[in-house]
Design a binder for this molecule. Structure first.
Ligand code: UDP
Length: 422
């Protein structure tokens, strides 16, 4: 019998469709980390809020992984900003399940601040230690979003308390660690940097012409790809504004935007309106949400992947693009400045600066040799530093610092990873 670990991910289930308002990187992270740890012999239960009445309580996700749908609040999709009130019910239902099944977990891995609140309660009641990955920090969100941030005031106090009570804090990149130390006074020795990863069996290089032909895209255009949740902080408007300024002779430049669902209809409408106003409505294509199986074709079809958020706790999409051999132009922020090697696997630009982005796109389109080299470098860098296998190896080592082990796993030295160019 493997060691039993509970993941809590209150709003982000690995079973959800991705790319709307609230489902994205955290959903992928929880599913992929669990899968890799299960392959190492851990038994993992992922506790997530029931968002549909019809869902069974327990779903077998894969070998050694179960998803437990917890009753907490109405069984429907609810914006994550309003979920904190249901966390006492989440805790109570989770305990009911554990008692009913006579389960004891050696460790809890909390994801996001509300799960951390539940983990703190379980620690107090049952004595189970926890590690936490915040995925995003309330302080940072407040700085960037101001009064548009609709999370409750208590968020920051809960994060501060979780920093005190967690046995270990997983920072996703050096910026995340700095933020945890600066804004939350997290002690350095309590933080370990473990980045996100990419599934190289799902996302890998493909022939560009083949990908375009499968998607019905033209061969004789330059294609920029933007892919992710359609929320303002992702800066999709910045990419549209840059498109209007890109100079590429007679060759048409198309911007393909993947992501967005009914919940983000207002944001999609705003982006469409902006494209019309900037007279690039005929060059911007909204493709909607895509499944994991389809993503590689979109990444491979593009000449460049663009992501220019205002801030980014990690950002899995640049890794996915690089795994498919597509160079990335990203904002020089958060996890992106960690994953994208400027000038080697793509380029870094300031956020909210369409002129700078347009200049970079124009320059790279004029240098096909550089683009080819960046593509090769991107594949190498991702495979060397950012696979879920590597993430899980480090995660296992982190867990073992808390629960002990006979097997000593050696963690990747991500402290120095920034200086590794490829
Ligand atoms: N995604 C997807 N289909 C879509 C849009 C997005 O599968 O239509 C996935 C994307 O591939 C990535 C995740 O959603 O794995 C977004 O993660 P990221 O870390 O880039 O951003 P976050 O959602 O955490 O802000």
């Amino acid at each position: 019998m493997g060691r039993r670990i509970a993941f809590i991910s209150e709003h982000a289930s690995p079973l959800a469709a991705l790319g709307g308002a609230d489902a994205g990187g955290q959903n992928v992270y929880v599913g992929e980390v669990a899968r890799q740890l299960a392959a190492k012999g851990f038994q993992i239960d992922i506790f997530t809020r029931r968002e549909e009445r019809e869902l069974p309580e327990v779903v077998t996700f894969s070998n050694n992984i179960r998803i437990i749908h917890v009753n907490a609040g109405p069984p429907e999709d609810i914006p994550k900003e309003t979920l904190l009130q249901y966390m006492p019910a989440f805790k109570a239902d989770m305990i009911r399940f554990m008692v009913q099944e006579q389960l004891f977990y050696e460790l809890i891995h909390a994801n996001f601040f509300m799960s951390a609140w539940v983990a703190m309660e379980l620690k107090a009641i049952l004595g189970v230690p926890f590690v936490v990955t915040f995925h995003a920090l309330g302080h940072i969100r407040r700085i960037h979003q101001g009064s548009n941030d609709r999370f409750p005031e208590e968020r920051i106090a809960i994060e501060e308390q979780a920093v005190k009570e967690a046995s270990l804090i997983i920072a996703e990149c050096p910026q995340d660690r700095e933020d945890l130390m600066k804004y939350y006074h997290a002690p350095a020795e309590k933080i370990t940097i473990i980045p996100c990863g990419v599934n190289t069996e799902e996302l890998y290089p493909l022939n560009k012409s083949m990908a375009r032909s499968l998607l019905g895209l033209p061969y004789n255009e330059r294609i920029l790809l933007q892919l992710g949740r359609m929320v303002p902080r992702k800066g999709v408007d910045n990419v549209i504004a840059a498109l209007a300024k890109v100079k590429n002779g007679d060759t048409k430049v198309r911007l393909l935007i993947v992501g967005g669902d009914a919940d983000t209809a207002a944001e999609l409408a705003r982006l469409q309106q902006l494209a019309r106003e900037l007279k690039v409505g005929d060059k911007v294509y909204f493709a909607g949400q895509k499944s994991r199986q389809e993503l590689k074709y979109y990444y491979a079809a593009a000449d460049l992947f663009i992501t220019t958020p205002w801030y980014e706790p990690f950002g899995i999409t640049p890794l996915e693009a690089m795994a498919c051999g597509t160079p990335v132009i990203g904002s020089n922020v958060g996890g992106i400045k960690f994953s994208v090697a400027d000038g080697q696997t793509g380029a870094l630009v300031p956020p909210k600066d369409p002129d700078a982005l347009a200049r970079k796109i124009t320059a790279l389109f004029r240098s096909p040799g550089v683009l080819r080299e960046m593509s090769n470098n991107a594949i190498r860098r991702v495979n060397k530093l950012f696979t879920w296998e590597l993430v899980a190896r480090d995660m296992q080592a982190a867990y073992e610092r808390i629960i002990g082990s006979n097997v000593i796993a050696r963690p990747t030295d991500f402290e120095t990873a920034q200086s590794i160019s490829l």
